[in-house]
Write a protein that binds this ligand. Structure first.
Ligand SMILES: Nc1ncnc2c1ncn2[C@@H]1O[C@H](COP(=O)(O)OP(=O)(O)O)[C@@H](O)[C@H]1O
Ligand SMILES: [Mg+2]
Length: 236
């Protein structure tokens, strides 16, 4: 039996004011997988993620999550349904403590009791710094907090927008390992939008290439093993 997809996007169009960006995106996200969408700057990756969580209204096409049409639902309702969003640039609340940031995630997120111990288990540094203002954390620690803030709401699907941006390579690998562990241990479905080859290779089980507001290719796992092929697709 073929499992129905967790999320399916069809013919999605979206833009800013009169400016079209997404020009008919078709994308299927399978439950329990880590799917990467790669593409160079400005092709519409963040626009796609924002349309998926509901921060931008689509001008055409459909978004279905667990067989419900969510295309007209607010970000808040989508979060309650189990979609977590980690924005590009992280956007932690800098003056609030680490733990207060997690509490915001708890209030936004989906079903079930928030498990602070589980999040602190994945990110020990956040437990250590739980009383510290989030703005004083390093970029990598803020990225961990931004991910933790979403995990605290027990999402089914997490959307990660360029988590490697501005983070040193060793920490990028730590975050990639963590994403893989979460996926393996809890079955969490992850959509990763990235330009960082190392992060893509470390995390992606399936990889699509975006260009000019469309999905234009799929890279097989064998292709992902070849850095030159991945690099070429990031430089289209
Ligand atoms: N708030 C905005 N208003 C107008 N245009 C925008 C806005 N955000 C992004 N864009 C434009 O939309 C296009 C896609 O941007 P984006 O989705 O951020 O690309 P990516 O995440 O792949 O780098 C770019 O041409 C960008 O300049
Ligand atoms: Mg972006």
């Amino acid at each position: 039996m073929v499992e129905s997809p967790l999320l399916s996007i069809s013919g999605l169009r979206c833009g800013y004011g009169g400016k079209p960006v997404l020009q008919g995106v078709d994308l299927t996200i399978r439950a329990g997988e880590i799917t990467a969408v790669i593409g160079r700057n400005g092709v519409g990756k963040s626009t796609l993620i924002k349309a998926m969580i509901g921060l931008l209204p689509p001008s055409g096409g459909s978004i279905r999550f667990r067989d419900r049409d969510i295309g007209a639902m607010s970000p808040h309702v989508r979060a309650r349904l189990g979609i977590g969003y980690v924005p590009q640039g992280r956007d932690v609340f800098p003056r609030m403590s680490v733990e207060e940031n997690l509490r915001v995630g708890e209030s936004i997120g989906g079903a079930g009791a928030a498990d602070f111990d589980a999040v602190y288990g994945y990110f020990p540094i956040l437990r250590e710094r739980r009383r510290q203002a989030a703005g004083t954390l390093s970029g990598g620690q803020q990225q961990q907090l931004a991910i933790g803030r979403v995990l605290i709401g027990n999402p089914t699907l997490v959307l990660l927008d360029e988590p490697s941006e501005g983070i040193q390579p060793s920490i990028v690998q730590d975050i990639a390992r963590l994403g893989v562990a979460l996926n393996r241990d809890t079955g969490l479905t992850i959509v990763l939008v990235e330009q960082n080859i190392d992060m893509i290779r470390a995390m992606a089980q399936r990889c699509y290439v975006m260009d000019k507001g469309r999905i234009v290719a799929e890279l097989t796992p064998e292709m992902l093993d070849d850095r030159d092929i991945v690099r070429r697709h990031l430089a289209v």
